[in-house]
Design a protein around this ligand. Structure first.
Ligand code: ASC
Length: 134
């Protein structure tokens, strides 16, 4: 089904926000310890991050989504649209790192989860530094 440029921006932002929310849960439980570690919740958060990272969210960076549309604001750098092979590589790295995080979450090995969490964070940052404005 066709998704309008305005809806593509809304959906991709929702996807990234939902990933960020789940990264926050992991941060609280395995990095900061501000929330007690819960195996089921950690697994669910990691699985959710992996699912979104591997969902084909890149398809929501279609023509006409290089700038704000209607009510939707975007911080995307228009340069992203001229570098799709690189973007696909960065996205693939995120998917791979997120799958590793999900696998480590399943084991419950907190040290391994911390490392895998850090690796996922690096893949978020890699794309932001290249293709997100401000
Ligand atoms: C998050 C989040 C990001 C990434 C990034 C990692 O939890 O919202 O954008 O991690 O900060 O460097």
């Amino acid at each position: 089904a066709q998704v309008s440029p305005e809806d593509q921006i809304e959906l991709r932002k929702a996807g990234f926000s939902y990933m960020a929310w789940n990264m926050g849960k992991l941060k609280a439980q395995v990095i900061e310890g501000s929330v007690e570690y819960n195996q089921e919740q950690v697994e669910a958060a990691a699985n959710t991050i992996a699912a979104i990272a591997n969902s084909g969210i890149g398809a929501l960076f279609g023509p006409g989504t290089e700038k704000d549309v209607g009510h939707q604001r975007t911080r995307v750098d228009p340069a992203l649209f001229d570098n799709m092979p690189d973007v696909a590589k960065l996205a693939g790295n995120m998917g791979t790192a997120a799958n590793t995080l999900a696998a480590e979450a399943k084991t419950g090995d907190k040290d391994a989860i911390r490392v895998a969490f850090g690796e996922v964070g690096k893949t978020c940052k890699a794309c932001h530094e290249k293709y997100r404005l401000d």
